[in-house]
Design a protein around this ligand. Structure first.
Ligand code: MG
Length: 168
């Protein structure tokens, strides 16, 4: 049995993952506006991934007999000064997600809610991957700096990113 505080926090996280999807689709739109289709594709895929994260929690709450409720969301940032600026924003966003997942894990641990502790492990691993990915890209973008050839090669590379949702 999941207590009320924990179920509310899980439901909030579901909504925050949907908000994350919104944040990344807004970045994709910024990249499209700059005619950087590869970077736009990268963030469109990222937005899909976030929706998948939300659905993972949606299914878990349903499985545990908890009624899911959706909330409204804040307007994401739509304007960026550069692709690097957008990635730095994304990295900060992922660090906030990690803080929230850790808070959820603390709640589950305090309540000895073992099924939820187990469920959240996937998200903890995922956050290590997300933070590492954004950190690496930021470092590359900084190294590329004003080398436009390298920048457009990176754009081309990201055009190939796809997302195939695993089973929930
Ligand atoms: Mg996520």
């Amino acid at each position: 049995m999941i207590n009320e505080t924990l179920s509310k926090a899980l439901n909030d996280q579901l909504n925050y993952e949907l908000y994350s999807s919104h944040v990344y689709l807004a970045i994709a739109a910024y990249c499209s506006g700059e005619s950087l289709d590869g970077f736009a594709n990268f963030f469109t895929v990222q937005a899909e991934e976030e929706k998948f994260h939300a659905m993972k929690i949606y299914k878990y709450l349903n499985d545990r007999g908890i009624r899911v409720t959706l909330s409204g969301m804040d307007t994401p940032n739509n304007e960026y000064s550069s692709v690097l600026d957008a990635y730095e924003h994304a990295y900060e966003h992922e660090q906030e997600v990690t803080r929230r997942i850790y808070h959820l894990s603390d709640l589950a641990l305090n309540d000895r809610e073992h099924a939820t502790i187990q469920f959240l492990k996937w998200f903890i691993d995922e956050q290590v991957e997300e933070e590492s990915m954004f950190d690496t890209i930021i470092n590359k973008l900084k190294r590329i700096d004003k080398d436009s050839n390298a920048f457009f090669m990176m754009d081309a590379e990201f055009a190939a990113r796809t997302f195939t949702p695993p089973a929930l």
